[in-house]
Design a protein around this ligand. Structure first.
Ligand code: NI
Length: 268
C-alpha cells in the first residue's frame, strides 16, 4: 500500500523495521514494560551517490513534509557522506541519510551498483514512500559477496534496499534510565548483545552526544538465486547534552557514527 503523508510513512517504516528486526521490537517491548514511552531520536537511511538515488532524492518526502537540512558529515574511511534533517516539531525523529561515494570504489563494484539502480522502475524513486520500498532490484548471492569484498555498506543496501537501517531511542526522554551506561547494563543483563567497536559508548558529554547500539540481528534473506543469512538492522540509543548556549545538541558526531556503521558488519 502506498502512503502519502508523513505520519503514515513513519508508521510504515517502523512496522517494516520491526518486522525484519525482531530484536528491536523485543527491546522496545522490554522498555515499554518498564513504563517507558519511547521517542525516536533519529531514523537512519542508506543509499548510493548515483544521481537517481542521492541523499537529496531520498530526502524529498521529508523536505516536502517540512523537514530542513541541518548539517553534513564525512566518513573518509568508509567512503561515505551524510546529511541530517530536522522538523520544527521536535517530537518527530531527525532523519540521517548517508550515501556511498561510488567514485571511490572499483569498476566492478560500480558495475554491480549501476546495474541494480538501472533496474529501479522509471520514476519509482520519486514516489513519496520510495524510502520504504524495500529492494527495487535483482541481486544474487554472488553480487552480495562481491560487494562485501569492498564495502559492508554496499552489500547491506544491495540486500535490503530502501528501508530504515536503524531507529534510535532518545534516552533523555526515558524515566528510569538517565545514563546510557545503565541502560547498556540492563540490556546486556536481558541477553542483548551490544556493538563494542570503539567501546560500547561512542562519543561523550564533551561532544554533547553519547550513542550505543545493539548488534544487527541476522536474518535469512531471499536473493534471486537462493537464501543467505546476513546481518539486518540494529537498534540505537542516543543521549544528548546541552551546548554552551543551553540548547540540547541536535547534530551527529562523525567519529561515533563511523563505529556505529559497523553494527551491520559480518562476524560481529
Ligand atoms: Ni544513528
Amino acid at each position: 500500500m502506498t502512503v502519502k503523508t508523513l505520519p503514515a510513512l513513519l508508521d510504515k517504516m517502523w512496522k517494516d523495521y520491526v518486522e525484519i528486526n525482531p530484536l528491536a521490537l523485543k527491546v522496545y517491548d522490554l522498555l515499554s514494560s518498564q513504563g517507558e514511552s519511547l521517542l525516536n531520536d533519529h531514523i537512519a537511511l542508506r543509499t548510493f551517490n548515483h544521481p537517481r538515488v542521492t541523499i537529496d532524492v531520498i530526502a524529498r518526502p521529508f523536505i516536502e513534509s517540512g523537514y530542513k537540512y541541518m548539517g553534513d558529515y564525512h566518513f573518509p574511511d568508509k567512503k561515505l557522506y551524510a546529511k541530517h534533517f530536522e522538523h520544527a516539531d521536535s517530537s518527530l525523529p531527525k532523519i540521517f541519510i548517508s550515501e556511498l561515494k561510488l567514485q571511490d570504489f572499483s569498476p566492478e563494484l560500480n558495475r554491480i551498483v549501476n546495474r541494480m539502480i538501472e533496474e529501479i522502475p522509471a520514476g519509482k524513486e520519486n514516489e513519496f514512500d520510495f524510502v520504504s520500498a524495500g529492494r527495487p532490484w535483482n541481486v544474487t548471492i554472488q553480487d552480495y559477496k562481491d560487494l562485501m569484498k569492498e564495502s559492508d555498506y554496499a552489500a547491506w543496501v544491495s540486500a535490503f534496499g530502501y528501508r530504515p537501517n536503524h531507529f534510535t531511542v532518545f534516552i533523555n526522554a526515558l524515566k528510569n534510565f538517565s545514563e546510557l551506561a545503565g541502560l547498556n547494563e540492563y540490556l546486556k543483563a536481558n541477553g542483548f548483545k551490544l556493538n563494542s567497536s570503539g567501546g560500547e559508548i561512542k562519543g561523550s558529554k564533551e561532544v554533547c552526544l553519547e550513542q550505543s547500539s545493539t548488534l544487527a540481528n541476522n536474518i535469512e534473506v531471499n536473493f534471486n538465486d537462493g537464501k543467505l543469512t546476513i546481518p539486518a538492522c540494529y537498534y540505537e540509543f542516543a543521549k544528548r547534552y546541552p551546548m554552551k548556549d543551553g540548547k540540547l545538541y541536535q547534530g551527529f558526531v562523525a567519529a561515533s557514527a563511523d563505529k556505529i556503521f559497523e553494527s551491520t558488519s559480518q562476524g560481529q
